[in-house]
Design a protein around this ligand. Structure first.
Ligand SMILES: Nc1nc2c([nH]c(=O)n2[C@H]2C[C@H](O)[C@@H](COP(=O)(O)OP(=O)(O)OP(=O)(O)O)O2)c(=O)[nH]1
Length: 139
């Protein structure tokens, strides 16, 4: 029998580059007490059983930042694939320019609109770093 080289489970997380009229992207700071606390990430979260990644994102944007959008307003941009200690993260990154409402942190996290060229000033999880050039190219 073949050995399974990497037994870590794959975790599917959907994330969103929410873009404003000035081509800035919303970053959210992970709260104290959570894994990767203090790092700046794209809004999003785990895809639950029975959800598509797009449906999960519509839900997460509402729950985390009080913003309403639709599945049709999410376009695929790129993805992250990164091995953490206990799981392998697979994270599609969508881009969204059409949404309603002004983002307000619903879970006490700090939010910040950031130009892609300035993202290096905001420490991000290691999975996210390879995504920055895609945003710089696009925006
Ligand atoms: N939302 C989001 N998660 C990211 C990014 N980069 C990155 O490595 N992650 C990781 C952090 C977490 O391990 C996982 C997202 O899970 P989550 O935010 O739903 O869950 P959590 O760790 O806050 O834990 P939980 O209490 O909600 O279960 O993906 C990112 O840019 N956005």
């Amino acid at each position: 029998m073949t050995e399974i080289a990497n037994p870590k489970p794959i975790l599917l997380v959907a994330a969103c580059a929410l873009v404003d009229a000035d081509n800035r992207v919303l970053l959210s700071q992970r709260p104290e007490g959570k894994a990767l606390a203090g790092l700046w990430e794209f809004p999003g979260g785990k895809v639950e059983q029975g959800e598509t990644p797009e449906e999960a994102l519509v839900r997460e944007l509402r729950e985390e930042i009080g913003v309403e959008t639709k599945v049709e307003c999410l376009a695929p941009l790129t993805f992250a694939s990164h091995t953490y200690e206990t799981f392998h993260l697979l994270m599609p990154l969508f881009i969204c320019r059409r949404y309603q409402g002004i983002p307000v942190a619903q879970e006490g996290q700090a939010l910040k609109w950031v130009k892609p060229l300035k993202m290096r000033d905001y420490p991000m999880p290691p999975a996210d770093e390879p995504l920055i050039p895609f945003l710089i190219d696009l925006l």
